[in-house]
Design a binder for this molecule. Structure first.
Ligand code: MOS
Length: 716
């Protein structure tokens, strides 16, 4: 028995579906809101109807008399959250997470001012409608374009310079353009939900939608001043999140406070409208790109400015200008990033945070430049291909983006694209092709796995990691099956509970690299233990159950921790992608129909082909939404979202989704981890919006620089 490096997956892997697929499609998978601990009560939040100011009074008399009402909690009667420390906040310049029911201050429209708890959800909902708050309103600001001058660089930084500043200005071919990415809301199908139960005065259990049970455990322990082990967080299934469940939000604290007051478990499920104000969003971001090149298409300078919105009480930052610093081998790059505080809730990371926004601007600008230069957009990118990291000068751990360009161009039929826009019209529809590239850091974090071989020859792997949908359990089982040389059906991966061994939050496309490395090493350690038992009599095809029986053992286990690796010291590590799209633009109405999509990812070796394909398709669909439909619209007179429901906030439905082909370069990264796998979640979306915008221009000759690309903009 030897520890072999994985080269190819067993052929059964090609067809292996999700290990939890049956549970999900039969409804047997339990999501946070579906647990029903004894005595469960229901909390409904009441949101502020003003956007800025203070609460002058809250009349709860009628609501308290409504049937089934157990309690109404407001800032006037809420128990203190011991971890809310005003003195610490002063040090941070008064900035910090929103403290629910803390004082009379209103920072955004929809901010919870009360939670009504009743014995049924319907009774709580009705009573909530009877709570009457009165306010002292102050003048509010919610529009980024109108307040862009209020921006400041985060942490006094936000600027970057390589080579000469504004070098693009002296280039023979150049352009300067502004691009807008509006506020976009994650809107996973599963609403955010929590059930909180106090098991004793100092013991808390929650069933909570979260991307990281360990992070949530730590947050709640800090907020309620409890020993960590007294807080249990369960989150076995998560119905999508895309970043919205990366942190602890006020509604979670509301449920925990309510459970304390009524001495019963309390469930709080956000409404779809609450999802727009309570769990973050992709921030409205203005960008300006100046870009210049020589006649033969060599980039001489990029200037990238961005201003993104944040709340008045917290500085949210992301890296929209990062792509301009790193995607191309350009000698002169300067970028500037400001955040603009508005009277809105704090944004948060959303799939491809920063890069998705930045790549829309950069990859649109590059496309615009390609028409000036009369150089094919793919060729233009190849002429500026970065062979090493343009910023640090480090070699890449792996980069097969050229191969990705080739695969995608071939697959979409790029040779049919006309360089001149508006040249192809079929049955009243213009036909065009576009492409856009993406990159995202390939990260890896510390993780621990407990691996137990049981007497019946089944293997149990345990980790606290969450699975928000990509199919984490499936990938981990496949890694273990290969390592242990045993059938995947005999392996179970247990996850999503804070009592399990440490794992990082599922975010930043890092789970397979992080937890997968721990699975890989744990299996190697376990095999070594078996090796010791059997001495030299080992084979490559061990019967683990038989060995345990022969040695009178009920089971054999290991607990293995792996660190984040040290590749970053020597290498620049990224995943890369390119999206190619073919679109149809209706000549009479401006409606854009996506005809075909080819997404090519260089994300190292593919562990689980089926779930990888699904994840890329999901990312591309998110990109279609970002490109053509999604925008959370505020009526700035009231500071309130006006399309905070699925009738008015459009996400792609099946009729909007064409054939999407997920292609993989599928070459292992030799540095990042023993499996050679890099992240794929973020790069599945990054670059897609630009690809669509570029295809719309190629089809119709109309350049749309403000997302989403709705018919009025195409015709305008
Ligand atoms: Mo992702 S934005 O790290 O969930």
């Amino acid at each position: 028995m030897k520890t072999a490096t994985i080269k190819t997956m067993p052929s059964s892997a090609e067809g292996m579906g999700r290990v939890d697929g049956r549970l999900k499609v039969t409804g047997a998978a339990k999501y946070s809101a579906e647990y029903a601990p004894a005595g469960l009560a229901y909390g409904v939040l009441v949101g502020s109807t003003i956007t800025k100011g203070s609460i002058t009074a809250i009349d709860t008399k009628a609501a308290l008399k409504a049937p089934g009402v157990l309690a109404i909690i407001t800032h006037l009667n809420a128990p203190k959250v011991p971890g809310d420390q005003p003195e610490k906040d002063k040090k941070a310049g008064g900035k910090g997470a929103l403290k629910i029911f803390y004082d009379d201050k209103i920072y955004y429209n929809g901010q919870p001012v009360a939670v009504v708890v009743a014995d049924t959800f319907e009774r709580a909902l009705f009573a909530a409608s009877l709570v009457k708050a009165t306010y002292q309103a102050e003048k509010h600001i919610t529009s980024l374009p109108d307040n862009i001058e209020k921006g400041f660089p985060p942490h006094g930084e936000g600027a970057y310079k390589r080579g000469a500043e504004d070098a693009w200005k002296t280039a023979p071919f150049k352009l300067e353009q502004e691009y807008i990415v509006p506020t976009v809301t994650h809107n996973p199908m599963e609403l955010h939900a929590i059930i909180a139960r106090w098991d004793a005065d100092d013991k808390l259990s929650v069933w909570d939608k979260t991307q990281g049970v360990k992070d949530t455990q730590q947050d709640l322990a800090r907020l309620f001043k409890l020993p960590k082990e007294n807080v249990q967080v369960h989150s076995e299934f998560v119905g999508g999140a895309f970043g919205s469940a990366l942190r602890t939000w006020p509604h979670e604290v509301a449920a925990i406070l309510a459970a304390k007051v009524v001495k019963r478990p309390v469930k709080v499920v956000l409404s779809r409208a609450d999802m727009f104000t309570s769990v973050g969003y992709r921030p409205f971001t203005w960008q300006k790109i100046g870009i210049g090149a020589t006649a033969d298409g060599k980039l001489t300078g990029i200037t990238h400015e961005a201003a993104g919105q944040t709340s008045s009480y917290e500085n949210f930052t992301e890296g929209p200008t990062g792509v301009s610093q790193n995607l191309y081998a350009c000698p002169n790059v300067n970028t500037k990033y400001n955040i603009v505080p508005l009277d809105i809730a704090t944004p948060t990371w959303m799939r491809g945070p920063g890069e998705a926004t930045g790549s829309f601007a950069l990859e649109s600008a590059l496309d615009e430049l390609s028409y000036q230069l009369k150089i094919d957009p793919v060729e233009l990118r190849i002429r500026n291909y970065a062979e090493k990291d343009p910023d640090s000068g480090k070699p890449f751990s792996s980069k097969f983006l050229k191969e990705a360009y080739e695969l995608g161009a071939d697959h979409i039929g790029w040779k049919n694209r006309k360089q001149e826009p508006g040249m192809v019209k079929e049955h009243g529809w213009y036909v065009g092709y576009g492409m856009g590239g993406g990159m995202f850091g390939a990260y890896r974090d510390r993780a621990t796995i407990k691996a137990t071989m049981k007497a019946n020859g089944t293997l149990l792997l345990q980790s606290a990691v969450s699975d928000i949908g990509p199919g984490t359990g499936t990938a981990m089982v496949l890694i273990a099956a290969e390592q242990m040389n045993m059938p995947a059906e005999k392996i179970k991966f247990e996850l999503g509970d804070s009592s399990l061994p440490n794992a990082p939050t599922q975010g930043g496309s890092a789970t397979t690299a992080s937890v997968g490395s721990a699975v890989y090493k744990a299996c190697a350690d376990l095999k070594e233990k078996f090796q010791k038992l059997i001495g030299n009599g080992g084979t490559d095809n061990p019967d683990y159950a038989k060995i345990l029986k022969e040695h009178n053992l009920a089971s054999l286990d290991v607990i293995t921790e792996t660190d984040g690796g040290n590749g970053m010291q020597t290498y620049a590590m990224n995943s890369w992608s390119v999206h190619f799209v073919k679109v149809l633009v209706n000549a009479a109405t401006g409606v854009v129909k996506i005809d075909k999509v080819a997404c090519v990812s260089d994300c190292g070796r593919i562990i689980s082909p089926k779930t990888a394909r699904s994840q890329v398709i999901g990312g591309a669909i998110g990109g279609i939404g970002m490109a053509l439909m999604e925008e959370s619209v505020i009526d700035h007179r009231y500071g309130r979202y006006i399309n905070n429901n699925f009738a008015d906030y459009h996400v792609p439905v099946n009729a909007d989704i064409p054939q999407i082909d997920a292609l993989f370069v599928n070459k292992p990264d030799p540095i990042i981890n023993p499996m050679g796998a890099k992240g794929m979640a973020e790069i599945a979306l990054i670059g897609m919006a630009a690809a669509v915008a570029n295809a719309v221009y190629n089809a119709s000759g109309k350049r749309v620089r403000e997302l989403p690309i709705t018919p009025d903009k195409v015709m305008g």
